[in-house]
Design a protein around this ligand. Structure first.
Ligand code: SF4
Length: 112
């Protein structure tokens, strides 16, 4: 096989993979928000980013000096869960769910 044929074959393979990835993204975008949130695995306390941001599942358990009384994931601008849900997505931890009562040092109050 010549270099040109190999390049064409590689390009074809890449395009097939790209088309498959686009289809997965499209299906994910079309799913109802609740279904996606419910399927998200819980953010692990062993996650490097969770550790770096000092994430806790229960905001009352943090001893971090940045914590302000009353702050939790539900009143953070990065939280995307619905009111009343125990867990929901957080923009800082894509593909994972955080506890509605959780908290981390990146907490930013929701704007009214
Ligand atoms: Fe919770 Fe906000 Fe931290 Fe995400 S960024 S874990 S919603 S406090």
């Amino acid at each position: 096989m010549s270099n040109r044929e190999e390049n064409t074959e590689s390009r074809r393979h890449f395009l097939k993979l790209a088309a498959g990835a686009a289809a997965v993204v499209a299906v994910g975008a079309a799913m109802p928000r609740d279904a996606r949130a419910a399927e998200l695995p819980a953010l692990s306390m062993d996650d490097a980013m969770a550790k770096a941001l000092k994430y806790v599942e229960d905001h009352t358990k943090t001893t971090d000096p940045k914590y302000k009384k009353g702050d939790d994931c539900t009143n953070c601008m990065f939280y995307q869960g619905k009111a009343g849900d125990a867990r929901g997505p957080c923009q800082l931890f894509p593909g994972k769910s955080v506890n509605a009562k959780g908290w981390c040092v990146s907490h930013a109050p929701k704007k009214a």
